[in-house]
Design a binder for this molecule. Structure first.
Ligand SMILES: *Cc1c(COP(=O)(O)O)cnc(C)c1O
Length: 392
């Protein structure tokens, strides 16, 4: 099946047989176990990380609606398995916990999502972290390194990291890629040698700003470890969220491509606006020096960042947008605009902000599905202020 067909049909193969058109939503917390011995067997199988059993037994062990979303996402990432969690951070935490038995050292390529950076620097998981730039992975690997974590496109700088190069530098150490910004529509890290792909499914996969979720796509062995962590810690995804995410996958390719078209238009126009100091978008000339758009990534995506001269000006823009929503998060149907230094990346501290090139006047835009002319007019009036916009 072609990939776009998979997006519509994966995880739905048995619906005709069931005599339904939409997947059933199973909200049970517990399941009848008339045959105790069969129940014991199922419970042991699920608790040791098996994907399914003859009986789900209890909702922390398994849920059939969530499993459908997992099958769909696994198909789109070219993975055998996927494991869903209550949030992106729950998924990322589960990866660290699952891999810890292989060694307490991890190599983290900066910049990372603010929450991930905070998780690792807070010392909560007792991990020994080496913070590196993309070219420093090989030198940081030790015998006790359990994983390398990398994010591309990076947040909020939109820098692209060469995943084949990271995989080569990591050698035998599994590489985990946070591919939230790219989605499987634009990038499939497992095909490039990564061991696991993690998504904040809250973003593009859900796509409508109404589901908090995370998911990891990987091979069977890693998946079993992750399911064990999920059973033990209880970071499970609610079945309604699983249902909505599975539905979201059907329109994912269409949404991602339309948002990307809009982002390209806005990025080009922002780049020639006199009050904008700079634009970061991999689809602009000179911003993809390694030529990764068209190879590693099918397109530049729909997130861009632009810089204005001051925090005050950035604040004014966030307060003045009318079509765009001034809010954190990304990947929604509507366009979201936010100031990373004051919001999403506040937690990582001033030194790391500066080092990561996250200026006070930087605004990140997650471009949505609106008409691009409405978005451009909205941005112009917000950037220029009422007087300038009226004088035009
Ligand atoms: C939002 C986000 C996360 C965290 O996901 P939550 O669903 O908010 O827990 C992790 N990585 C990236 C790149 C994100 O954008």
């Amino acid at each position: 099946m072609a990939w776009d067909t998979l997006a519509v049909h994966a995880g739905r193969g048995d619906l005709r047989e069931l005599g339904v058109h939409a997947p059933p939503l199973d909200l049970s917390t517990t399941y009848p176990v008339p045959d105790r011995a069969a129940g014991t067997e199922a419970l042991e199988a699920l608790a040791s990380g098996q994907a399914s059993a003859s009986n789900p037994v209890y909702a922390r062990l398994h849920n059939p609606t969530v499993a459908r979303f997992e099958q769909g996402l696994a198909a789109l990432e070219g993975a055998t398995d996927a494991v869903a969690f209550a949030s992106g951070m729950a998924a990322i935490t589960a990866i660290f916990m699952a891999m810890r038995s292989d060694g307490a050292h991890v190599v983290a390529v900066r910049p990372l999502y603010g929450g991930t950076d905070h998780l690792l620097s807070a010392g909560l998981l007792g991990l020994d972290v080496s913070w590196v730039q993309p070219d420093g992975v090989a030198a940081a690997i030790r015998p006790e390194t359990s994983l390398v974590l990398v994010e591309t496109p990076a947040n909020p700088t939109l820098a692209l990291v060469d995943l084949k190069d990271i995989v080569a530098q990591a050698g035998d150490v599994p590489v985990v890629v946070d591919s939230t910004f790219a989605t499987p529509v634009l990038q499939r890290p497992l095909e490039l040698g990564a061991a696991m792909v993690v998504h904040s499914a809250t973003k593009f996969l859900g796509g409508h700003g109404d589901v908090l979720a995370g998911v990891v796509a990987c091979g069977g062995e890693f998946a079993a470890k992750l399911r064990q962590v999920r059973v033990i810690t209880g970071a499970v995804l609610h079945p309604l969220a699983g249902y909505l995410l599975h539905r979201g996958l059907q329109t994912l390719p269409v949404r991602v491509r339309k948002a990307q078209e809009n982002a390209q238009v806005l990025a080009e126009r922002l780049a020639s606006h006199p009050m904008v100091l700079g634009v970061r978008y991999p689809g602009l000339p000179g911003q993809d020096p390694k030529g990764l758009v068209g190879t590693q990534m099918k397109g530049p995506g729909s997130i861009l960042a632009f810089e204005v001269a001051s925090q005050n000006h950035a604040d004014q823009i966030m307060a003045s947008v009318k079509v765009m929503t001034p809010a954190v998060s990304l990947g929604s149907t509507d366009t979201l605009i936010q100031q990373p230094a004051g919001l999403t990346h506040r937690i990582i501290g001033d030194a790391a902000l500066l080092e990561g090139g996250i200026q006070l006047g930087l605004l990140r835009v997650s471009v949505g599905l609106e008409d691009p002319e409405d978005l451009w007019n909205d941005l112009c009036q917000a950037i220029e202020g009422p007087q300038l916009a009226a004088a035009k």
